[in-house]
Design a protein around this ligand. Sequence first.
Ligand SMILES: [Zn+2]
Ligand SMILES: [Zn+2]
Ligand SMILES: [Zn+2]
Ligand SMILES: [Zn+2]
Ligand SMILES: [Zn+2]
Ligand SMILES: [Zn+2]
Ligand SMILES: [Zn+2]
Length: 1729
Amino acid sequence: PAICWQFDFQATFLQCLAKHVPNIYSAEMDPLLEKQEEMVQAAIFYPLECYLFGEDPDTFLEKLQQSGISQLCGKVFKGGETTYSCRDCAVDPTCVLCMDCFQNSIHRNHRYKMHSSTGGGFCDCGDTEAWKAGPVCTKHEPGASGSPKENSECQLNEEVMEHSRRVFPSVVKYIVDMLIWEEEKELPPELTTREKVDSYYCVLFNDEHHSYDHVIYSLQRALGCELGEAQLHTTAIDKEGRRAVKAGHYASCQEAKEEIKRHSENVSQRPLHVEVLHADVMAHQKFALRLGSWLNKLMSYSSDFRKIFCQICLKEDTGSEKPCFISQLMLWDAKLHKGARKVLHELIFSSFFMEMDYKKHFAVEFVKYYKTLQKEYISDDHERVLSVTALSVQIFTVPTLARHLIEEQNVITTITETLLEVLPEYLDKNDKFNFQGYSQDKLSRVYAVIYDLRYVLISKPTVWTNRLRERFLEGFVSFLRILTCMQGMEEIKRQIGQHIEVDPDWDAAIAIQMQLKNILSMFQEWCACDEELLLRAYKECHKAVMRCSTNSRSREKTVFHLCGHTLESRPYRVSSDPVSIHLPLSRTLAGLHVQLSKTGTISRLHEFVSPEEFQVELLVEYPLRCLVLVAQVAAEMWRRNGLSLISQVFYYQDVKCREEMYDKDIIMLQIGASLMDPNQFLLLLLQRYELADAFKKIKLTKDQDLIKQCNVLIEEMLQIIIYVVGERYVPGVSNVTKEDVIMREIIHLLCIEPMAHSAITKSLPENENNETGLENVIDKVATFKKPGVSGHGVYELKDECLKEFNMFFYHYTKTQHSKAEHTQKKRRKQENRDEALPPPPPPDFCPAFSNVVRILNCDVMMHILRTILQRAVELETHLWTEAMIQMVLHLLSLGLLEEKQQLQKSPEEEVTFDFYHKATRMGSSALNAVNVLMLLEKLKRVPQLEAQKDTVIWILQMFDTVKRMREKSSLTAVVAPSGSETAKGDENTQDKEKAERKRKAEAARLHRQKIMAQMSALQRNFIETHKLLYENTLEAQGKEDAIMEEESMSSGIDYSRIALGPKRGPSIAEKEVLTCILCQEEQEVKLESAAMVLSACVQKSTALTQNRSRILDLSGDTVDPLFMHPDLPCGTHTGSCGHVMHAACWQKYFEAMQLNFRQRLHVEQIFDLENGEYLCPLCKSLCNTVIPIVPLQAQKINSEDAEAVAQILSLARWLETIIVRISGYSVKNAKGDQQNAPAFVSKGLGNSALEFHSILSFGIQSSAKYSSSIKEMLILFATTIYRVGLKVAPNEADYRIPMMTWSTCAFTIQCIENLLETEGKPLFGSLQNRQHSGLKALVQFAAAQRTTSPQVLIQKHLVRLLGVLLPNFKTEDTPSLLEVDMFHVLVGVVLSFPSLYWEDAVDLQPSSISSAYNHLYLFHLTTLAHMTQIVISSATESPTARSYDNSEEACSAQAFCREVCQYTSGCFSQDIPGWLVWDCVKRGIMPYLRCAALFFHYLLGVSPPEELLQVSEEGQFKALCSYLSLPTNLFLLFQEYWDTVNPLLQRWCTDPVVLSCLKGKSTAVRYPRKRNSLIELPEDYSCLLNQASQFRCPRSSDDEQKHPVLCLFCGAMLCSQNTCCQELVNGEELGACTSHALQCGAGVCMFLKIRECKVVLIEGKTRGCLYPAPYLDEYGETDPGLKRGNPLHLCRERYRKLHLLWQQHCIIEEIARSQETNQIFFGFNWQLL
Ligand SMILES: [Zn+2]
Ligand SMILES: [Zn+2]
Ligand SMILES: [Zn+2]
Ligand SMILES: [Zn+2]
Ligand SMILES: [Zn+2]
Ligand SMILES: [Zn+2]
Ligand SMILES: [Zn+2]
């Protein structure tokens, strides 16, 4: 039924809502969201849209869709989305692009930054004011995606426009009315229709003060609900901002409200905000928001919709006092709940901000109510992103808007006045700020206002109108009022006697200084745009400074005399009167003064500030006090004032503040020095530094502390004088550019040491655009050096820049100063040059400052210099320091340089700067008087000043140079000869000194060489004796070892390199003498001696898994580990660091360590003591057990005997023998223990001649006798493997212990084989020492372990293993051929086989010959089985284009396939060509053969063929076949053994599992198995960020910020550190990562935290560490936390290093190491990651 909207839209619309809304939104407590949405669409939106569009909404909108694309992107960012800013083209850093626009823009190839959005901003693509170039991406370019833009402008026809004008006002009015509706119980009359029912909700609102848990607690107590329900409510409240927690009658809701308030209130917290709302009110408010998002969607379709909407929102109701709709909403913003604010702000974004004209109107409204809005924000309890005030950045940073707002709305004044209005609570009785006891949260909200000021000023106007000038000045004056409140704030007084009790809050004031830094410089730059403005601003600022400088005028002036000069001043002592570090007014004035000088406007200054008014002494006074304070702090005079003062002084000079603090104070002194009489200036300095008496001839005191204090003060003062005269790198002070300034900063940083890009950036001040200007100049002064696999790239200073080095650079800290001096002196020494480091010639002062140099040659200065030098020469040791002398020398150099430069530029008679004359004049008329020059000559001979000698010599030469320059020009040729003579003499002495220096240097070099030789000899010895320490070194060393081994072998003439069968070569069993790392004693490894052990770490591993989705058994109680699945889902890896100890020594060490650790706190997080963890005593890697070292039993085969046996022992015969043996046992055991008897079928025994003991007849020997100590260790280690591998409680008697032993042996070999292959290393000779000794010990242990278990048990396992190969033994639980890993079977059968030789009374084992045959046949059998596996599972590929090959191998393969085909009744396709089958088999069997070769080598000690010491595909296969006694045509094995193997093959092939696989019903692993590697990562990090931004948590649908984390093993993206994705495992809540790791990496895993760009390694539930991500910026640095935001690219080498960390099973080790060193992670709850 169509609704007739036509006549009175407003009325019809409201009627419709009144009718439907309460019904649709009735079930507030438990809403069916989809149903609600359906009903709303049908009942309201559909008819509304039909009316609005005049046709079917879908059709209409689709038509509109294609044309409505705006030129602005306007994408609103969600929290965590990546934003991009172009450093080359963005007008300011707040201009950002979304990922899409960025990828399609020109900025992709510029210098860009990427950041994670905090949410709320929007993409500036298309905004021509935001970009200097490339404002539009190709997607938003006009005319880009299909239709031209002009069309979209006039897309809506008149009728739709007309309807919109009718519909929107009602809709907007409804939204506004409902959102600001304050009645809890009633609706507006026009919406009230039905009978009012007593149905209410108790609604709880979100705030920032109550914690999640507190809300849950309050709800549980107040409503008596379950934890789950309370959690549900709380999550919804946090997300939406409010939620109904109870429905019912008014009274009951009211009661619930009071209860919640009561339970949520405590001493420190207000109660939660709760309201009782009528159900209908709630429903309409809900719908109002839904209507808001409907409008929001509509806005994106057409510019006309947006314009009409904006017009309506801005329309002022002439009749009422209410502001326009949009202002009403803004003003109500702070009262709205979170969800409503979000909808509202999005609506503003999609309408006003997409239409430039209306954005301006909006801005005007915004500024109109700015004060109110900010005040509401400051008392609001929601984050800034949720406040409408956060929109300021979108408005104020648009240059034209900012200009308009200044001119028309006086926005600068508005903002500063807002500040003045919100800060008064911090004003003290003198109207100065005082932030003692401030609230961090509240003050940080005030910063938002300061930020707005910064935004408004960020782009300087190019055209000045009168109005703009007036408004700006008005704003500036208003701003000065803030500075007035700061000038002299938080005064401090030196504490004498007692230490202060509480450190005052200093950080708020400093923080405000930091916030203001760029604003202050921007104000100065704005002022400098216009001459008139600058002068007027200067006048205002000067007035303000003067107003603040009145209070010291009360005291009487005193007089101070020195050197015939007098200073009248008012007494003031920093050490006893109050002083403040905060002087923003004085510093602003200094800044403006520099601008005056720079622009030349200074000539007109007198028109604005008369010389009488100027009072330079007063201007200098306060900055000087501040500098004196710093000096006194350095002299430790303020010790009792605590740390707060130290921190303030630190920030005063730190890069974050210094530009508008310390630097400006120096400039103010320079202003003073340029305008005051130089002698007066210095007298003032002496007085303020409280050094007036120190330069008189009076002996002061004998108090050592006071003397020391005085010396430090003198040093500090000299340093300041050096800065005042020498520091000219400020545009305006001298004619330097900003670039020159930055270059000089960088040069001085790099003079300390080469530095990383980020370190340099951090040490340079940032401008308002967060730029340092580094990139523009760095290449002029430095060269970049790339990093290696670890560390980072660094910049090194270019040699030609070294001459710029100034030891007394004013931004050096004390440590930097001495480091730089040290580095530079060392460098000069290495270059065999003198060590003088005189100052570089400074640039000339600008005219306004040119008088500063006069202080160098004034009387007081000369007096100071002479006094200090005199004291040094007279060796009054306590009155001078070397640093003081250095500074005096520096000042002398500056004076001489100045004179020299002046002489070079102008004729001698014009140069009035006469440093030379002043310095060579006698200081007094006394008899023993000396001048500076004479003093310097004496100084050369002062032994304590040996280090300064070169500088003194340099100065003396300068004196001479200046002298000659003076003489040359004044006296002409007459004096010339004498001049040149002295010069010659000088040259002679110079030459002599040069020669002497050279000789010394040569002697020093020889001495160094000798020492180096001794050192390296020592080192070699050390390496010899501590060889194991160096196990990690190179493959080269491994190769050397291999070569040595080879040499020792070749001495024995007769040997073959065959490991199996009758031709088996001899074991190379070298005598092993090992040194215990604990007691340092040597011991030979012998069977009968006390055990020696190798520290080792056993861990579960999924490094080889073929199927990461398989669910692992987390508890091994019921697992049967005998067979390994061919997927290799999870194995037990044993690694070792290769360090050997006596078992006894280890036990002592282990117990002591355990005891020690139990007493330490938090240790359980590093070590799992219960699980036997400890650190290797030598290399500190994490271990959890030891491997006993069992010596290899050397075996040699007598070739004649072997021949004889070969005659009779065929495979068939051998098989029969063992079958007889096994059935014999079975019969014997059956009598006794029925259950333990191996079950097998004993049929097909042809040869009756064989009997139970036949097996023994081929040779036996007695079993090895191990010492009890070795046995004990065998048991201990085996139990660890069992315990760790299965995650079960230790049980020495468990039947699975031998199985686990074999399993870890096989698995570890497979891991090593895999590693060697992926690293491209040869199979033998390239293992690291630790791997080699670990593997050797492990295999020997695995062979010996059998003797500690009951042989019946071993036999039982053997029979089950053989069951896979021999059908005779098949039992119910025997897996099919496709369900076992054949290498595991091989290791198992080989190691368990000797148990068949067990006899009741005697312990026997097979002789060498018997073993040789056993090994051969067992290996051949498993090889046959494995080949069958490969053919069945892998030879199914469709043939690729390859030439037809009819080799012997191909034919045999073909024949074999025919058999298989026959046995599988045709399931196996016969069509596959033979060559392809052969190819598959050859490739597929390789890893198995390589593992087998490793296994038999470490088991038997037979040397491998040389081909296996190299990497060569073809050679390797042949060599393996030869070593393992296989025919190279492997199929020959089948042919050779056909009669015996035929029945086996038949059984293998007819297994149901095999058949089902062949029929394609199930899949089997293909061979060769894939080699695991870490997932492929994109080259460009922003791709990952992109992926992460699209990541949605699988468990929750909110758009909250998530922490997406990427598993580097499997590529899964997880939602970490969030309750939504926690998982309950064994009763414990585990985070998404921790629980994923349990499955994916058997507890050990590697993740990439994408938003932070950090790798996380975790192990188990309690341990983890961070690791640098393998992404580097162009400066070779990582960027943890993406703080710098430079483009990042994948570094393959580093990623490979991570891969190896995993494949070498070193993750645990890395974690332990990192946790040892970084104690900070103790607090972190890894469990919830
Ligand atoms: Zn965009
Ligand atoms: Zn775009
Ligand atoms: Zn760009
Ligand atoms: Zn020992
Ligand atoms: Zn070690
Ligand atoms: Zn994974
Ligand atoms: Zn989640």
